[in-house]
Design a protein around this ligand. Structure first.
Ligand SMILES: *Cc1c(COP(=O)(O)O)cnc(C)c1O
Length: 812
């Protein structure tokens, strides 16, 4: 590994508020250093031009970047390894605060939740700096640590690793003084030789800690952590535990500590939350909080999703919900998430007080004001006493409320209203902003399709990793993006530099353009009367037969514009759906000659009929061979090269040697590998959810639903759920063919599925009205559903009807 010992990190170049690695997160250009990281996701150097034009003037690049001279007034630092430099400058920064007590959290699970809970518990008393979201990687940790300033009294940072040798680096950057080990699970097992090795690696975070906190009941963890020089402070039922659990009665735990017995109420029932809460109790006890105070504080903990969500609101608004913790780092991330999903709506921020134990409240509110201006917030609503008191620091007109209930009252009484705006709801836990969200959310239907945008990116990167770096990718977003959304999905794909998008009809393409999508778009089934529109919006029609070609010629003869109309040619090599056949080829070429001053053929392609099935291999190879031959003839005739493409998702996995210039990715992006070869490399994107509307007990012999098809074979408990065939829950799942998941358990469909509702058997499940029901998702795959009704996953995905709300989220 290369180090950059020659860099003087105390020089003025390194004075910057923000270290940027993701160009979307840009807020204050003049106070930013951009690190042009290159990874499988993208090459950071591709963004320098755009960032420069937005005002960024400091860049860290590798020595091979040879365009620095173009940017006259910008400063470039040339290094061997940009990531190493990022880690070194943040290590340097950390060393400027040697006195800062810092908790370093690692373990297989629950790092983020334990960190966020600790923050919730401590923020009122101390000025705490913490990792935003789950920033725990080789990149996330440096960015987290960079936030430290002289005002902070405690740091809480999480560290996650996926391979050996990573933890030493994170240890150097965080330099924790107190270690906290959550647990050891099986995640990432493939990457380590053994559990012992994994444990040893993770433990390296604690090499310099003075104290180490963990659960004493896991012997292997104890054995490993005992080797450290730090003093153990543990909890558990083990007789040696520092905080020894004497008894658990319901949710009340009796703990003996320093010869006294204390009672603590854990506000959760499930085992994982219990363990996480106990880690927090241990930290507070270690920090010498009295137990009655610990008990009071625990009441603030709630299990809520910690992710950022985008939802449809009332009156054409879009809501971004983020109400877990509220600190400056998290606020900045939420604001930039809003920036990425702006969709041409004006931006509104509803913010609660930041409960940071900041002594200098005026400085804190000045910072909030900076973020408001940097992110072009047009409307500001503040909730809480501090925001009211310091409203002069916030220099855009604002509306202020002392409490959430006061704001709620104003919304209910129509004294404050929202129209066509994008609203970020960012509140600290105590402010219960979910209650504001429930007033602003569109409540048409409780059934929803949740789209995990992180999984979309993961899957895209997986397919890219199967390809040469020069091969372009077209993502097919026809049929509402395989059911998963239009511009919301396209936005993510555009950001990740997908080369082309494919839609079925011209109006789908127009809609994407109107929502700010600039990526080239191919239209699969264009109609002649939309040529004008397509040309205007730079949509490239697929020309697939002589008739359409004639219509194109007629259109072009009348067209006065001097811009070339870009088109793509489809050749039928055996799918027999659309496309020119071999015998039509000479007419195609002749006609193209006649319009050659008006069109530019950008691409030529064919579609494979059986790329996913081995039995058709020779047919597929014959299709590809024919295509290579015909596309070559086309290029010869045109006198220029065009983008040649033939592989769909299945083809990318099975015939990568024929990737040609571009591939067309469809179902794979959604986490479904139709060959079943690489399924484990993909992540599930869509989860279809509903809720229980009613529960009833049915006696033996009674019947359930239309046609009395469901018969109770014994006394049964039946739940009616709010999804039916009109939502896309296929009627063929009726009468026990289909299952749903409630509280982690499978429940059989009983009787016939109705238009808007379905009855399921929950005799063995302890469920209540309002509980979540999963129709498909990571726990119940679309593949399984498709098999059980003898169809293909494509149909299951695309038949989720448009009345089902789509919710997009990032795990953060
Ligand atoms: C839908 C479509 C694809 C994508 O197919 P998947 O099997 O979903 O990968 C590729 N090419 C064309 C022409 C298509 O219509």
């Amino acid at each position: 590994m290369s180090t950059n010992l020659s860099i003087d990190f105390s020089s003025s170049f390194w004075k910057a508020k923000y270290l940027l690695i993701d160009s979307r997160m840009l807020t204050a250009p003049s106070q930013t250093i951009f690190f042009a990281l290159s990874g499988i996701k993208r090459d950071g150097q591709d963004f320098i031009d755009a960032l420069y034009s937005k005002g960024v003037r400091k860049f860290v690049v590798t020595a091979d970047f040879d365009k620095g001279y173009i940017y006259k007034d910008a400063a470039f630092i040339y290094v061997d390894n940009v990531l190493v430099t990022l880690q070194e400058v943040t290590t340097y920064h950390r060393e400027l605060f040697p006195q800062l007590p810092t908790i370093g959290i690692t373990g297989s699970n629950a790092k983020t939740i334990v960190k966020e809970w600790l923050y919730t518990l401590l923020e009122a008393d101390k000025n705490v700096v913490k990792s935003p979201k789950s920033y725990n990687s080789q990149i996330g940790v440096p960015l987290s640590v960079w936030q430290i300033n002289e005002k902070h009294e405690l740091g809480i940072f999480e560290a996650g690793i996926s391979q050996v040798d990573e933890m030493q680096k994170l240890q150097k950057i965080i330099q924790p003084t107190i270690g906290l080990f959550t647990n050891l699970g099986s995640a990432h097992d493939k990457l380590f030789d053994s559990r012992a090795q994994k444990l040893e690696e993770k433990g390296k975070l604690f090499d310099q800690c003075q104290h180490i906190i963990y659960c004493r009941d896991h012997e292997e963890i104890h054995q490993e952590l005992q080797k450290k020089k730090g003093i153990a402070f543990h909890w558990g039922v083990h007789k040696d535990a520092t905080l020894r659990i004497e008894a658990i009665d319901n949710q009340t735990v009796s703990i003996s500590f320093n010869q006294d017995i204390h009672q603590i109420d854990i506000p959760f029932k499930d085992e994982a939350s219990f363990e996480n809460a106990m880690h927090c109790v241990a930290v507070l006890a270690f920090l010498e909080y009295p137990f009655d105070e610990i008990n009071q504080k625990l009441k603030f903990l709630k299990s809520l999703p910690m992710r950022l969500e985008r939802k449809e609101g009332i009156n054409g608004t879009v809501l971004i919900n983020d109400f877990y913790n509220n600190d400056l780092g998290g606020l900045q991330i939420a604001l930039s998430f809003m920036g990425q999903h702006q969709e041409n709506l004006p931006k509104t921020l509803i913010l609660s007080d930041l409960l940071q134990g900041h002594n200098d409240k005026s400085a804190l509110h000045k910072k909030i004001n900076e973020l408001i201006h940097e992110n072009e917030i047009e409307r500001f609503i503040g909730v809480g006493k501090h925001l009211m008191q310091y409203q002069n620091e916030i220099t855009i007109d604002g509306e202020y409320f002392a409490s959430t209930s006061e704001l709620r009252k104003h919304i209910r009484d129509h004294k404050i209203s929202f129209q066509k705006e994008m609203i970020l709801l960012k509140g600290a836990r105590q402010y219960e902003f979910e209650k504001i969200a429930s007033l602003l959310q569109r409540k048409i239907h409780s059934t929803r399709l949740e789209i995990n945008l992180d999984a979309v990116v993961h899957n895209l990167m997986f397919y890219k990793s199967q390809l040469k770096s020069s091969t372009k990718v077209m993502v097919m977003v026809k049929a509402l993006g395989y059911g998963s959304g239009k511009h919301e999905l396209a936005n993510t794909l555009q950001y990740h530099l997908v080369d082309y998008l494919g839609v079925a009809f011209a109006d789908e393409g127009v809609e994407l353009r109107e929502n700010g999508i600039r990526t080239p778009i191919m239209v699969l089934t264009p109609s002649p009367d939309s040529f004008e529109t397509m040309k205007m919006h730079q949509l490239e029609p697929e020309i697939y037969n002589l008739e359409l070609l004639e219509a194109l010629k007629d259109f072009l003869m009348e067209d006065e514009g001097d811009q070339l109309f870009k088109i793509q040619i489809n050749i039928d090599t055996g799918m027999h759906r659309l496309g020119f056949r071999k015998e039509e080829f000479s007419t195609l070429l002749a006609t193209l000659s006649r319009i050659k001053d008006k069109v530019k053929v950008t691409g030529v392609f064919t579609h494979l009929a059986g790329a996913d099935e081995e039995q058709h291999n020779s047919y597929t190879l014959d299709q590809i061979a024919q295509f290579k031959n015909l596309s070559h003839q086309l290029e010869e005739h045109l006198g220029y090269t065009v983008i040649k493409h033939c592989l769909n998702s299945a083809g990318i996995v099975r015939f990568p040697e024929h990737q040609l210039d571009m591939v067309r990715l469809g179902i794979g992006l959604h986490g479904i590998e139709v060959n079943h070869i690489k399924q484990d490399d993909l992540q599930t994107v869509a989860t279809l959810k509903s809720v229980i509307a009613q529960i009833k007990t049915i006696q033996k012999g009674e019947t359930i639903g239309y046609g009395r098809k469901g018969v109770a074979t014994k006394e049964m408990k039946i739940a009616t759920i709010g999804i039916g065939y009109a939502d896309g829950f296929n009627r063929r799942f009726s009468n026990g063919v289909g299952q749903v998941i409630i509280k982690g358990k499978k429940a059989n469909v009983i009787g016939n599925i109705c238009m808007d509702m379905t009855m399921v058997d929950i005799t063995e499940i302890n469920a209540s009205v309002g509980d979540e029901v999963i129709i498909f998702g990571p726990e119940l795959s679309i593949n399984q559903l498709a098999q059980s009704i003898d169809t293909i996953p494509y149909e299951i995905l695309t038949s989720v009807s448009s009345r089902v709300k789509r919710v997009y989220y990032l795990e953060g």
